[in-house]
Design a protein around this ligand. Structure first.
Ligand code: AMP
Length: 182
């Protein structure tokens, strides 16, 4: 099964993605993670990605589409995946050739996301460089402007699952499983 996870930063996508990975025995892939790894490289591409991420902007569509398509060609993703953070713009939706079965939208208010992010730490326990208040605000704004049309696209296709993301991790997980299987 091919599942997309959408939500503003702090909505719990990676938490739910990892739970789904175990439950559905399907690989999990996060574009944010891919780009954070790229940003660590001491190359011009690494520095370029880092600068864009730290400002809270999106990596240009052309580059993102190319990178994600290359990743999804790997044999482990042939039978399905849980994709967190992509597609995020209408252009990415249009160029996305891999097909999608269900799109899960974890809905949390901007206020709740900002609150959660001010208290969380990075993947290795340290504060993430791309999580300054200015970058988080920019990302939330871009979500409303560029990613809401993506939600509308999948809503019209009838494959959007909208969930209240301001509940316990476990109850959200159970609801996702129930709705994905129905
Ligand atoms: P995330 O962890 O999903 O919030 O992603 C962190 C950052 O990675 C974003 O702020 C973007 O700079 C970049 N990024 C992740 N996914 C995408 C995407 N689909 N398109 C463009 N940039 C992305």
């Amino acid at each position: 099964m091919k599942i997309i996870l959408i939500g503003i930063q702090g909505s719990g996508k990676s938490t739910q993605g990892n739970l789904l990975k175990d439950e559905l025995k399907t690989p999990y892939l996060s574009t944010g993670h891919i780009f954070r790894e790229m940003a660590k490289e001491k190359t011009s591409l690494g520095r370029y990605v880092k600068e864009i991420m730290n400002a809270g902007f999106l990596i240009p569509d052309e580059k993102t589409i190319h990178i994600v398509s290359e990743y999804l060609k790997k044999p482990e993703y042939k039978n399905g995946y849980i994709l967190d953070g992509y597609p995020r713009t209408i252009e990415q939706v249009e160029k996305f050739e891999n097909g999608v079965d269900k799109v899960v939208y974890l809905k949390v208010s901007d206020k709740e996301a900002l609150w959660r992010l001010s208290y969380r730490n990075g993947e290795n326990g340290e504060t993430r460089e791309d999580e300054t208040l200015a970058a988080i605000r920019e990302r939330i704004e871009l979500f409303h402007k560029l990613t809401e049309p993506v939600l509308e696209h999948y809503r019209k296709k009838g494959i959007l699952i909208e969930l209240d993301g301001e509940r316990s991790i476990d109850s959200i997980h159970k609801e996702i499983i129930k709705k994905i299987k129905s």
